[in-house]
Design a protein around this ligand. Structure first.
Ligand code: 2P0
Length: 330
């Protein structure tokens, strides 16, 4: 029996990953840049044993169906190949989210699974190698290996595509992100399908790639200079450019709902009233508001005027993946 357990926090991209050039290896079309946050995380334990006859995956206490297990199994197989240990596994994963918000995150999930496999199989991976392994489970997971500001350098091969922590002199500790959780009853386009459809059909995709390169540089500079205004601006405009590509895809789609627009308009109104805050959105209707820690309470209270408290979650900078104690191995 080989056991391992790890915890990983989710991350939100300030400059988005949107599109793959290699779907098997998960090599991205553009580099991305994120902030790891403390409010949402996953704890995963894994046991490999020659006594098991198949991989089993429990999420939040429930045995998952074949489709959910397949994604995990595919990842386990990569880890098994890397270790030369070909035993089936039992995976227990717990997502820690403040409310039942449908915020299951593949970033924290696959980063925690990578960390747990690293320990269980004695892979002894460096953080760079762990980031590369996590990437092959889910692109954004490669960024959750690290805390604070993280850049995923797109690279051009399995070897050269991984995330790195960014030198920031702990500036991330001065920042906050407030999640506005928005219920979405509509059938959602998964990020995996959404980005692929966009790469293949969006009229604006080439322009997105040009913009993303320029935006990474702007964000790097803003972080270097601790320039919140510049970081906020590039975060918000980069998100809008990503979402614009979906409207020019065929068929067109959007992740926005009326409540997403309400949240975005609230951010504009707060800015007009002198509050320093900016929004970003991912492959879903939730809106995240980036602000400075010193202003975060006031902005939270302002958002409470529009959204019930159960829909609001305050987050600060979070840590990278960490190993946890496992029960004694048999
Ligand atoms: C990001 N997203 O940079 C972007 C912005 C969604 C919008 O990474 O297919 O779950 O597993 O590599 O990592 C979500 O995509 O996709 C994502 P896969 P993933 O955070």
């Amino acid at each position: 029996m080989h056991n391992g357990k790890a915890r990983a926090f989710t991350n939100i991209a300030l400059i988005k990953y949107w599109g793959k050039k290699d779907q098997q290896l998960i090599l991205p079309m553009n580099s991305s840049l994120s902030l790891t946050l403390d409010a949402f995380y996953t704890e995963t334990s894994v046991s490999f044993s020659k006594d098991y006859t198949q991989d089993l995956f429990y999420l939040d206490g429930e045995l998952q169906d074949e489709k959910a297990t397949q994604k995990v199994s595919r990842f386990l197989q990569l880890a098994r190949e890397q270790a030369g240990i070909f035993e089936h596994a039992l995976v227990y994963s717990q997502n820690f989210v403040p409310t039942a918000a449908g915020l299951a995150s593949s970033a924290s999930g696959l980063a925690a699974l990578a960390g747990a496999c690293n320990d269980a199989l004695g892979l002894n991976l460096s953080t760079t190698e762990l980031s590369r392994l996590a990437r092959k489970g889910s692109g954004s997971a490669c960024r959750s290996i690290y805390g604070g500001f993280v850049e995923w350098k797109k690279g051009h091969s399995d070897q050269s595509s991984y995330a790195l922590p960014m030198a920031s002199n702990h500036w991330e500790d001065d920042l906050a992100m407030i999640f506005i959780l928005i219920n979405d009853k509509a059938k959602k386009v998964s990020s995996r399908n959404g980005m692929q459809q966009t790469v293949e059909t969006s009229l604006y995709y080439d322009d997105w790639l040009k913009a993303a390169d320029a935006d990474i540089k702007k964000a790097q500079e803003a972080i270097e200079n601790h320039d919140f205004h510049a970081l906020g601006q590039v975060t918000e405009t980069n998100c809008l450019k990503m979402h614009a590509t979906t409207l020019a895809a065929s068929p067109p789609f959007t992740y926005w709902t009326p409540d997403s627009l309400k949240a975005m308009n609230k951010v504009y109104a707060m800015r007009d009233a002198g509050q320093d805050c900016y929004f970003t959105m991912d492959a879903g209707p939730n809106v995240k508001v980036l602000c400075q820690k010193k202003d975060s309470q006031k902005i939270y209270e302002e958002l409470q005027k529009e959204f019930p408290e159960q829909q609001l979650v305050m987050a600060y900078a979070g840590k990278g993946v960490e190993s946890l104690e496992t029960e004694v191995a048999k």
